[in-house]
Ligand binder design. Structure first.
Ligand code: PRP
Ligand code: ADE
Ligand code: MG
Length: 185
């Protein structure tokens, strides 16, 4: 996909701002800190503009943006407000009031459950899932399953960062596009 050299220049600006932290939160993990890229106003504007440009180009029919707790929320509201479309949260079990639809999934140890509010869902609602980062792909895949079980149409996913060495895409259904703006090994 090409969105032009201006777009590429803005991505390069963003890349300069993202810091990483070795051995956080555990020994052996290189942590990519999206908050380091939004600590000044110009950087916030840059990233917001890039996200909106990407969504408009990749998913022009989107009707709602679904943010994954918690870092995904930063970006879902910003995009939804600018585009005048819905902003739906996917949260861990027990955090959302009212009737919810749940999806339980396996982790390396144990399991987790994601939820979405039933009254925010309409059959066939065209959703894009947004998060800061894809690592193993477990979170995005669980959100895709949850939304599809809820009757939504998942147009695709958008993440800012992809950790390619973890090959998270192998855990995502082949017919669901995942667009990442920045790729690290
Ligand atoms: O592809 P995966 O292996 O599922 O990992 C990616 C997820 O991990 C991080 O969230 P985390 O669960 O650390 O919580 P946070 O967003 O609340 O910080 C990140 O923000 C993604 O949501
Ligand atoms: N390496 C990493 N950096 C930041 N967030 C993450 N979530 C999962 N893996 C991560
Ligand atoms: Mg997260």
């Amino acid at each position: 996909m090409t969105m032009g050299t201006e777009y590429e220049k803005k991505i390069a600006e963003l890349v300069k701002k993202i810091k990483n932290f070795p051995n956080f939160p555990k020994q052996g993990i290189l942590f990519w800190d999206i908050f380091s890229a939004i600590s000044d106003g110009a950087a916030c504007k840059l990233l917001q503009g890039l996200l909106i440009e990407t969504i408009r180009y990749k998913y022009p029919d989107v009707e709602a943006v679904v943010g994954l707790e918690s870092r995904g929320f930063l970006f879902s509201f910003s995009i939804a407000a600018e585009m005048g479309i819905g902003c739906l949260p996917v949260r861990k079990k027990g955090k959302l009031p009212g009737e919810v639809i749940s999806y339980k999934y396996d982790l390396e140890y144990g399991s987790d459950t994601l939820e979405i509010q039933k009254n925010s869902m309409k059959p066939g609602l065209k959703c894009v899932i947004i998060d800061d980062l894809i690592a193993t792909g477990g979170s995005l895949n669980a959100a895709i399953q949850l939304l599809q079980n809820s009757g939504a149409e998942v147009l695709g996913c958008l993440v800012i960062i992809e950790l390619e060495s973890l090959n998270g895409r192998k855990n995502i259904p082949k017919n669901i596009p995942v667009h990442s703006m920045i790729k690290y090994d």
